[in-house]
Structures are given as C-alpha cells and as structure tokens.
Write a protein that binds this ligand. Structure first.
Ligand code: AMP
Length: 485
C-alpha cells in the first residue's frame, strides 16, 4: 500500500535517497551513452533508473525499477529514447515500497517548453516549499523532494527557462547536484556549497555531465572540469555558458563521498578516491598500531584502507573475508531482519587463512553496528585468536540531511555509546575510529584552517552547513497535528 501523502511526505527517514546523475548533449544515440554512464554510477543507486531524451522536438522517457544493465539493455527501452540529447538518473531509497512515480528524471510541460530534471542530494526545506505550493493549488505527483524544483520552475514568473530554473534554485536549501534537459539546452547545477559532486566531460564535441569521473571513463569522454559550487552551466549547440547566480561561499563537499560513497576509481576535486582511502588506512596505522598477523579488509569498502594500513604497519594484507558480489550493499535491504541475513549472504570468512591468527579488520564505517558485530563473530568462529577493528571514518554520530542515507540519530551506535562500549558491543579486542583530524590529513587538509577546510563532515561532527528548515519545524508540525486531534 502506498503512503498517505496528506501528511508530511518527508518525515519518514526511509524516503531519503542517494543517487547518480548523467547527461549528454550533442551525440547521436545519446540515450545509449546515458545507459553506459548510469551503469558506471550504479553504486550510487540500485533501486531504479530512468532516462529522458530529446531530439529537439519531442521528449522520450523510460523509467524502470531495477539495475541499469537489466532494465536498459540494447534492444529494450533504449530504442524508444530518440535523439542526440539525454539525461538519466539512478536512484536508491530504502523505502520498502519504492514508488514508481518517484523514479527520476521528472518531466513537466511548463510555459515555454518541457523540462526534465534529475537530482542527486536532498533538499532541507522541501516540506516547507511543498506546503506552500500545495496551499496555492499545486498538485504533487510524487513524494520526492525533487518535484518541488519542477513546480518552482513551472510557477516562476520569469520568461526564459534558464531564468526560471535559477529562480527555482534560489528558493531551495540543502544539497543538490542537478542535470536538466530542455529542447534547446542541457543544464547542470550544483548547490552553493557544492555538497554533492558533478563533473563536466567532453566526447568528440559532445558535452557530458556526470556525478563522478568513472562515468566519463566508461564512454571514453575526457574530464574537462568540475562544475563549481553554486555554478549553473548551460550547454547548447552554441557551446557551454557558465552562470554564478549565488554569492561565493566556502565549499563544503561531502567528506563521506571519499570515505564510502564514491567509486574508488573516480577523481573528485583533484583527489583520487582510492588514494584518499589508502591514506586514511595509513593514518589509521599511525593512530592505532597493534601487533597482529594480518590486515584483513571487510570487502569491498574496507579494501583501500586495509591496503594503506598494511603498507604502513608492515603487517601482511590478506583476503581473510571473501565477498559474494551477487548481492547488493547491506543497506539495500530494508528491514533489520533482512539486513541480518544480508550480512551472511554477502561475506564469508576465509577459514584456512585466518585460523589461529591475530587479525586487524578494516571497514569504512560503523553505522548501526550490525555489520561489524556479525563479521567479527564470523571471523572468530573461523578461528581468529584476536580481532582488532579499525574504522576508516570517525564515529558516525549524526544523521545526514544531504542525500546520504543514514538512520535517525537514535539508531546510530556512536550517538549513543562510547568507543569502549561500542567495542564491547561489536565483540572486538580493540576498536579505533580514524580521528577527524586524521581524516583531514588523508585529504591533505587542515581541518581548523578556515581557508582550506572545505568539507561537510556533519555526520561526524553535527556541524551542518545549511539551515535544516524542515527538521527544525517538526516540533511545530507535531503541535499542529496534536491540535488537530
Ligand atoms: P552497520 O551494520 O549499520 O554498522 O553498517 C555499516 C556498513 O554499511 C559499513 O560497512 C558500510 O560499508 C556500509 N554503509 C555505511 N554507510 C552507508 C550508506 N549510507 N549506504 C549504504 N551502505 C553504507
């Protein structure tokens, strides 16, 4: 059964999304390139994918639940997506009932033409905007925050579609990297803090926009540059124009993209993601050395950190845990019950290698603690004599409101327990999280230097760089509903 949309559609933490976006302008069979780009971005969202293309006259749209490779194979829906310009989106939401109508890109016929929009990030004032628009008569079709942007474009009093788009951006808060397609233009935009990534590539005269550089590599496009925070790029047959409609601010790129979310072969803001993860491992070895026989990653996310730890500590790196690659990320499973099963489905101890050994286990993060607890038990059951857990991120103490799915604060292990208590809970002999300064050192940044610190680390510090309008108005909402009762 679908949710009751008459109340706040965003108050369910299950509706937060992580996503990947891609766009291409000026390439015959553009949709086929989008399929490849989305396939490279599949790690950013595995629940659903959608593409909108245009041949300059008409728009064509296909949206499907499932993996890009399964849903958009050659001969399938791609054939219907005509034209040399297209955008696409991969979506991840933990919602048990993925609503088909939430699958992006969204499309609307607005004054002066159609517009399709795909969004990575999360708006922090979407509920407020939605309430305002609904009161004025807007009829929402989905439960997604992104639809607010479509409505704001539609209701803008400006003439030109790019002006309408910028007008909409000025009303939204939070994190957004966007690609939008009109009959005449491909638009890319990043929020003023540049929380989510977006890069520009070039392919034989065609322009490409993508969440990560790995999506440029797959189609053989050259990396041109990142879209700047607060920048709007407008691509047309005349080339690329850049607009900076916001006052400049210090960038606050999501540090968790480096820790976990982005693909290791992507280069973000000049840093190779793999290199950063390896350096975190090196820092971890410095901060928390331990005598052991081997360094074992929790695959795949712990691998680069474990390589860095092993190199720095001179303890051999071993594949003491083997991952079955045919199951999605642990988080994809919606309920705790299934998540427990998921861990067993996904990882197995390499008994012959770890029996009788002292093991340093490296993983990227502890969120609820479920994964670590299961894995440590599994490693011990396979005969490891000691298990020392090393985590490549600081304790996750606060929820993300910018598009990375994290549980509510009350369900975050580190928000409720000390490191010593967490160590007991997960059953490790020792536990160490990289310090926040160590994480910045891995990025060659000094956290406290106001001129260079340029990351959002709110999930580790609670230092949110934007207003959290919707979150902060929940008390008021609750009182209103109490009054209504
Ligand atoms: P948990 O069992 O809740 O402690 O989950 C921790 C594991 O989930 C880590 O090993 C991460 O690899 C993974 N993880 C952390 N954050 C996310 C996220 N936002 N989405 C999906 N997986 C995540």
């Amino acid at each position: 059964m679908e949710k009751d949309l008459s109340t706040n559609p965003f108050d369910d933490d299950k509706l937060k999304e992580e996503c990947g976006i891609f766009g291409i302008w000026g390439k015959p069979e553009a949709a086929a390139f989008v399929v490849l780009g989305l396939h490279a971005l599949q790690h950013r969202g595995q629940e659903a994918a959608g593409i909108v293309s245009s041949d300059g006259d008409n728009f064509y749209r296909e949206r499907r639940e499932g993996l890009v490779g399964d849903q958009f194979s050659v001969g399938g829906p791609v054939e219907k997506l005509k034209g040399g310009n297209a955008i696409g989106h991969v979506r991840y939401s933990t919602a048990g009932g993925t609503l088909n109508r939430n699958i992006q890109p969204f499309f609307a016929d607005v004054a002066n033409g159609g517009i399709a929009i795909a969004h990575n990030g999360n708006l922090t004032n979407a509920v407020a905007i939605r309430k305002r628009l609904v009161q004025k008569g807007s009829i929402f079709y989905s439960t997604s925050d992104t639809e607010c942007i479509v409505h704001l474009v539609a209701t803008s009093s400006y003439d030109k579609i790019v002006d309408r788009f910028v007008d909409a951006l000025k009303q939204i808060e939070g994190a957004y990297s966007l690609v939008a397609l009109t009959r005449k233009k491909l638009i890319g935009a990043r929020d003023p803090l540049g929380v989510r990534p977006l890069v520009i590539g070039k392919l034989e005269g065609a322009y490409v926009l993508a969440s990560e550089t790995c999506a440029l590599d797959i189609i053989g496009a050259d990396y041109f540059r990142d879209v700047d925070p607060g920048e709007v790029v407008v691509i047309s047959d005349e080339g690329l124009e850049s607009y900076k409609p916001f006052p400049p601010q210090r960038q606050r790129f999501c540090i968790f993209e480096y820790v976990y979310f982005a693909r290791p072969d992507s280069i973000i803001d000049g840093h190779g993601v793999y290199e950063v993860r390896k350096s975190i491992g090196t820092e971890l070895a410095r901060e928390a050395p331990v005598e052991a026989d081997m360094v074992v990653p929790v695959p795949d996310s712990g691998v680069p950190g474990a390589i860095g730890y092993a190199e720095a500590s001179k303890i051999p790196f071993e594949l003491g845990i083997i991952r079955n690659h045919y199951v999605g990320r642990t988080f994809i499973e919606p309920s705790d019950h299934i998540r427990h099963l998921g861990v067993k489905l996904k990882h197995n101890a390499n008994r012959a290698r770890i029996q009788g050994k002292r093991v340093v286990l490296v993983d990227d993060s502890i969120v609820r603690g479920t994964t670590s607890k299961k894995i440590i038990k599994m490693v011990r059951d396979a005969g490891a004599t000691e298990v020392h857990m090393r985590i490549a991120s600081p304790p996750t103490t606060d929820s993300c409101f910018y598009g990375v799915d994290t549980p509510e604060k009350k369900n975050l292990l580190a928000a409720n327990y000390t490191v010593a208590e967490m160590c007991r809970f997960i059953g490790a002999d020792s536990l160490h999280f990289i310090s926040i300064n160590g994480l910045y050192r891995a990025l060659r940044q000094n956290r406290r230097d106001g001129t260079t610190s340029r990351y959002c680390d709110a999930c580790f510090t609670g230092d949110y760089p934007t207003a959290l309008t919707d979150r902060d108005s929940t008390v008021e909402n609750a009182q209103l509903s109490l009054l209504a009762v």
